[in-house]
Design a protein around this ligand. Sequence first.
Ligand code: SF4
Ligand code: SF4
Length: 492
Amino acid sequence: MIFSKSLIRGGVHPNGNKQLSNNSEIIAIAPPKYLYINLKQHTGAPAKAIVKVGDKVVSGQLIAKGQGSSANIHAPQSGTVIQIAMHRAAIAGGGEEQMIHLQCDPENQTDSIKLEHDGKTAEELIQIIDDAGIVGMGGAVFPTATKLRSSINKKIDTLLINGCECEPYLTCDDKVMCEQSTQIIGGIRHLLTITGAPLAIIGIEDNKPEAMQTLIDAASEDDNIQVKALPTHYPMGSAKQFIQALCKVEVPKGKRSTDVGVVVQNVATCAAIYNAVRYGRPQTHRVVTISGGALEHPMNIEAPIGTLISELVAYCGGLKESASRIVIGGPMMGHTITNMHTPIIKGTSGVLFLQESELPQYNTSPCVSCGRCVSACPMGLLPNAMAELIEHDDLEAAVKQGLNSCLLCGSCAFICPASLPLTQYFSYANAQLLRQKKMQQKAQLARRLNQQRTLRLEKEALQKAAEKEAKKAARGAARRTRQPTISIKEES
Ligand code: SF4
Ligand code: SF4
C-alpha cells in the first residue's frame, strides 16, 4: 500500500456518523409491489419510454431509451406497466417528473448468464456500458459511456478510482468495497483497456481500513492497480480535490479531468461495469445507505431502482421518532425532501432521517469577519464576500468573485461561528443565474423567431409584388402581340 501525504486545500472535519450503518452487510431486499422508474436518472435529457401502458416486461428489459448523451433505463423487475405519468421526484425544491409505474411480478425473473468478457476492444466495452445504461454512482450521475467516449482520443496517464465517500453518514461505497472487490477490480481492468491508462489508483480515506485491505488483496496480482490511503478530510471525494490529492495536479478552471490526463470513476460504477460486461446485467439496482438518528435500524440496502423511500424505511424498522429533516445524499451536499413517497434513482447514495440534534443550528448572527470560511474553502474562494454580494443582489460581482467555481460543498457554512447559511446563499444565486439565463435564452429565441417572421413577411410581400408585376407585364405583352381579327368580305 502507498500512503499519499498530499492534502487538499481547505476542507473541514464533520462528525462522520458512519458507525450507524457500517456494521451490517449489504442486504438485498425483495422486490416491492410497485416501482416508480424516473425517466430522468442522469444528467442530460430524460430517456424516452419505449413501453406503453399494459405492456408486460421482463427484468433487465430496455424500457426507456437514452436521448443523445443520456442513459438507457431497464426494468429492475418483471411486471406490467400500469401507468406512465408524473410522480413526485427526489429533486431539490420538490416537483414531479415523468415515471414508468411498474406493477412487479416477483415470480418472473430472468437468470443472469455468464458472457465472454475477455479480448473486447475499447469501443466494444464502451458500447456494452452504454447499452447497460450505466451512470456515475458517486452522485454526479453523468452517463459513463459519454464520459469514456470523451476520453478516448486523449492521452490518459492515470485512471483514478474514487473510494473516498467523504460525506458523513454514507457507507454504501464502503460496503461495496468490502463485499464486491472482485467486481470492482474486474471493472477497473475494463476501464484500463478503455482509457489506455498504464496505471489505476484507488483512493480511499483512511477511516475505511477494511475496504482498503480487501481491495489491496483483490488487486494483488495486478501490478498496474494501486491502493492509496488518503486522510479523512471533507471534501476529499470531490473530483477536483481527489485528483489534486492523488496526482498533485490541479484541473484548471473550465477544463475537464481528461485535459490533465486523468479519468475518475466511482468504485460502485466499476462494479456495475463488471456486471454489465461479465453478465450482460444492466444498471437496475444500487446500494443505498438508509441512516440517521431518527431511524430505527440504519443499514445499507441493495434495492431496485424505483423503490419508494417509504418501502426502504419500513425495511429498516421504521422511524423511532418523526425526522426533523429527510435528506437525499449526504448532509453536506444533499438536499431536503418532504415526502417519503418518492422513488430512488441510480444516483441515490443515501437517504438520511435526521433528528433536531443532528441538524446545524441557525441562530445566526452578523459576520464577525473571522475568515474561517476562507480558510475552509477548498476552491480558494471568499465565501463571506460572495455572500455579502448576493445579499445585495449583485450576482454579477459574485460571479466575478468565483461563484461558478463553488462546489456547494458546505465547508464554509459548517465552520462559520455566526451560523450563516452560506451554501444557501450560493444555491440561491445559482438558481437565480440559471433562471436569468433561461429567460435570456427565451428572449433571444423570441427575438430570433420575430426576426425570422419579419423576414418571411417581407419576402412574401416582395414575392407577391413581383408576381403582381409579372402578371401585369404578361398581360401587357399579350395585348401587344395579339393580332387584330379582320373579316374581309369577298366581293361578289
Ligand atoms: S460551498 Fe463553495 S464557497 Fe463554501 S467552502 Fe465549498 S466551495 Fe467554498
Ligand atoms: S466564517 Fe462566518 S463569521 Fe467568519 S468570516 Fe466567514 S461568514 Fe463571517
